[in-house]
Write a protein that binds this ligand. Structure first.
Ligand code: MTE
Ligand code: MO
Length: 393
């Protein structure tokens, strides 16, 4: 009884920015033009990608909103927004990336199932809310607990939206209790995005933010938090968002053989150029984003202006005037890093980007080797084509 209402059709969708590229209207799935991503370190809310599996829930009366904490707890609790706001407010700048980002490029190797996304199913926002670790203390689960007194090992987040994958049931997901109770993991019950109350598309009035983890676990329109023994058995944990090898197809798939994907692997994308570009000979300045999962910083971004034969190291930055240093307190550990590189280009070529994170993980060279039937986690080297048009002499 969260006070949230789940419409059965799309008659009550919120207004949206006209520049969004709509990949699916119902449910609404849209991303900004790639150039919008590098225009600012913090992505404006109206341009931030929107990933939904059903109609957007409606909250008619915020006074009646309650999130319940139940399952393997001694005294279940219902919290109002006022109760949540009474807890210390924590702010975290974190990048959210859909596991399906760059799926369209993967589907060019061989068909995959899922909404097509170009390179912008990602955004960086300043989230404000209560730490989940503080909330769980209210039900007697202390910080850094991996098994709760009643045997809970996972924390399940349940929404109210009607998803066809869940046969009309709500979207849900879970994370390990040890992550939920770790203050340093900065898992939030967020009510603010970029200093404003969350809007309906992004989870009003309350959503989970799990920094460093694929977007799928950051459940929007939170209705209940369930302390459970085994990980959530919902569709999006057990039948989706798992990474399979290229040999697995829809005939031989055994979902139980793989774990639900959590951390995101290292990624980088060139955003100042489209896939195909026609330019005059001369200097090309390349801008893009790089991000890794699990709070791993970006150690390096390499850019090639000759299809991957030779490389230059890009300049990395988060805030202007402050040099980005991976793994440093001056940097936002859960946030993307923007990069810039430049070179003279005199003939038709491919410009390529690849990032390296602080654990020295690198992006795979080709998409073929990471192809998977659901088209997730395409982190292959990002390549854009440059056609040089020489002026008539
Ligand atoms: N309740 C609910 N939460 C959800 C989803 C959803 O469909 N329903 N989509 C998930 C997925 S797959 C992603 S990538 C992110 C997207 O968040 P955004 O729309 O705020 O960008 O929300 C996640 N949380
Ligand atoms: Mo996603």
């Amino acid at each position: 009884m969260s006070g949230l209402r789940a419409p059965s059709n799309y008659a009550e969708e919120p207004p949206r920015h006209p520049s969004l590229i709509v990949n699916s209207q119902e449910p609404f799935n849209a991303e900004p033009p790639r150039s919008a991503l590098i225009a600012s370190y913090v992505t404006p809310v109206d341009l931030f990608y929107k990933r939904n599996h059903g109609p957007i829930p409606v909250l008619d009366d915020i006074e009646r909103y309650r999130v319940s904490i139940c399952g393997l707890v001694e005294k279940p609790l219902e919290l109002s927004m006022a109760d949540i706001r009474k807890l210390p407010k924590h702010i975290v700048t974190a990048t959210l990336q859909c596991a399906g980002n760059r799926r369209t490029a993967m589907s060019k190797v061989k068909a995959v199932k899922g909404v097509g996304w170009d390179v912008s199913a990602i955004g960086n926002a300043i989230w404000g809310g209560a730490k989940l670790a503080d909330v769980l203390e209210l039900v007697g689960i202390s910080k850094l607990t991996s098994v709760s007194p009643l045997g809970g090992k996972h924390v399940e987040f349940v929404s109210v939206d009607r998803c066809k994958e869940e046969k009309g049931g709500p979207y849900k997901g879970s994370i390990p209790l040890i992550q939920a109770t770790n203050s340093d993991a900065e898992v939030l019950l967020a009510y603010e995005m970029n200093g404003e109350p969350l809007n309906r598309d992004h989870g009003y009035p309350l959503r989970v933010i799990v920094p460093g983890v694929i977007g799928a676990r950051s459940v929007k329109w939170l209705s209940s938090i369930n302390i459970i023994e085994n990980e959530c058995q919902g569709f999006f944990m057990q039948r989706d968002y798992k990474m399979f090898p290229p040999t697995v197809n829809w005939e031989n798939i055994d979902w139980s053989t793989r774990r639900p994907q959590m951390d995101f692997p290292v990624q980088s994308v060139i955003c100042s150029l489209e896939e195909e570009n026609t330019v005059k000979p001369g200097k090309i300045v390349v801008h893009g984003y790089a991000a890794s999962g699990g709070g791993r910083g970006i150690e390096r971004v390499d850019v090639s202006f000759d299809g991957g034969k030779t490389w230059v190291e890009a300049i990395r930055y988060q805030k202007s005037g402050i040099p980005y240093v991976a793994d440093d307190t001056s940097s936002d550990k859960w946030a993307w890093v923007l990069f810039k590189a430049e070179a003279d280009v005199s003939h038709t070529t491919e410009i390529v980007a690849k990032a390296v994170d602080i654990s020295a993980n690198v992006q795979p060279e080709n998409v073929e080797v990471i192809w998977n039937l659901r088209g997730i986690l395409n982190t292959s080297w990002h390549r854009v084509h440059i056609h040089v048009q020489h002026p008539d002499l």
